[in-house]
Design a protein around this ligand. Structure first.
Ligand SMILES: [Zn+2]
Length: 406
């Protein structure tokens, strides 16, 4: 029975490749990235899966006037199982723009198949998994198998620009149950050898030092914003690393990271003392440390530095995302994934945490233990992005196994 569906998936290899390549020719860039949205791609997918044997295919579109269709499409395709439990496989239809075309060897929207790889924008992120999830259902149908669990393939919009019109819309409509098993195949660690169960909190801080501009030869009447910022940055950098050195072995690196990154342009000439300086910090904080504690270091340091230098310092939190508690290592989704991966790929995957963010956090936040897993070479958002046909076929087998195995 089991082998039957895996053989069927193997026989669909060429068709899966062609479907992914066709999908890549239909860009799906969100209006937040100056695109016209995902509607054309969603229509293509609706047509593709008409005869895949889904028991229902439903649309939950969110309104968005910025696109020519006026909507951001979301698709829930359900292949019923013998029990009420659902396995949700959530993949996103939207892609990021192609970026600098000079960096591409081929047209990002004219996919090319070479050495087992499909090149094109969105091939890996998240096209490979959109196709893998859908063909798991088709293979079950062709094999005449009613899975044990119900397979719900949820294809969303807007993952790359905030998820308001995608996963958040689906959650707001109450379309998931608390005991659903949630897999988000949208990040790969060590080519599928790790299942992601936790994410760091993200805090992006913009710091604006307001001093008083003056002549380089007459510092007495100025307040040098550059010096204010230098002091502030040094102090905050040292304090953060001193205070928050707690480690969590799930993550690599295991510690929180606090990096001064972007600095805005100040004065154009050497002999003017800048009156304003703008600096950013990118902080990725392990979930054990409350972001409020990190913020208070940024805020307290303002006092110390302005007391010494005069002037004012303003703090703006541009991104402020407290990570929800991670998914337990023995959660059902982790155990089922692990056993399916072992069966299909022959190895036991470990678990890990990441510094970035996926939509899994939205599920974890409402108490649903989501897991993130896929197989890829990790080339999302890059020029010459590609999917690997073998990975797509294997991931499809893993999804099918997850819903059929005891
Ligand atoms: Zn993605």
């Amino acid at each position: 029975m089991q082998n039957n569906v895996l053989d069927t998936i193997e026989s669909l290899r060429e068709e899966m490749k062609n479907s992914l390549m066709k999908m890549i020719t239909i860009p799906a860039i969100g209006p937040g990235n100056d695109g016209d949205g995902e509607t054309k791609r969603a229509d293509f997918l609706m047509e593709l899966i008409e005869d895949f044997g889904f028991d229902s295919i439903e649309r939950y579109d969110a309104e968005d006037e910025r696109t020519s269709s006026g909507i951001r499409p979301n698709i829930i395709a359900t292949k019923k199982g013998k029990t009420d439990r659902n396995v949700l496989v959530i993949a996103h239809m939207d892609i990021v723009p192609e970026g600098d075309l000079d960096l591409w060897d081929t047209d990002p929207y004219e996919p090319v198949f070479k050495d087992g790889k499909i090149y094109g924008r969105g091939a890996e992120d998240n096209g490979q998994e959109v196709i893998a999830a859908l063909y798991a259902a088709k293979a079950l149908t062709l094999s005449g198998i009613t899975p044990l669990y119900t397979l719900k393939v949820i294809l969303v919009s807007d993952e790359e620009t905030g998820s308001k019109y995608g996963v958040k819309h689906i959650l707001d409509k109450g379309l998931v149950s608390p005991d659903d098993i949630v897999v988000v195949p949208d990040h790969s660690q060590e080519r599928g050898r790790k299942i992601e169960i936790a994410e760091k909190s993200g805090l992006w801080v913009k710091i604006v030092a307001h001093g008083k501009q003056g002549h380089g030869a007459a510092p007495g009447s100025a307040i040098n914003a550059n010096r204010m910022m230098a002091k502030y940055q040094n102090r905050v950098d040292e304090l953060l690393h001193e205070m928050f050195d707690l480690e969590n072995g799930l993550f690599s690196p295991p510690v929180s990271t606090f990096e001064p990154t972007k600095r805005e342009k100040n004065v154009p000439n050497v002999n003017t003392i800048p009156g304003k300086e703008v600096q950013y910090f990118d902080c990725r904080v392990i979930p054990e440390i409350p972001l409020d504690e990190v913020k208070s270091v940024f805020e307290d340091t303002v006092e110390t530095v302005t007391r010494e230098t005069g002037g004012e310092i303003e703090i703006i939190y541009e991104t402020d995302k407290e990570a929800p508690p991670g998914t337990p290592e023995d959660a059902e989704v982790v155990l089922r994934l692990r056993s399916a991966i072992h069966k299909v790929m022959g190895f036991q995957p470990g678990v890990c945490g990441i510094g970035g963010g996926t939509v899994a956090a939205l599920f974890r936040r409402i108490g649903m233990p989501a897991a993130v897993w896929a197989t890829s070479d990790c080339v999302p958002h890059q020029p010459n992005e590609y999917a690997v046909l073998d990975y797509m076929v294997n991931d499809c087998k893993v999804f099918a196994t997850m819903v059929t195995e005891d």
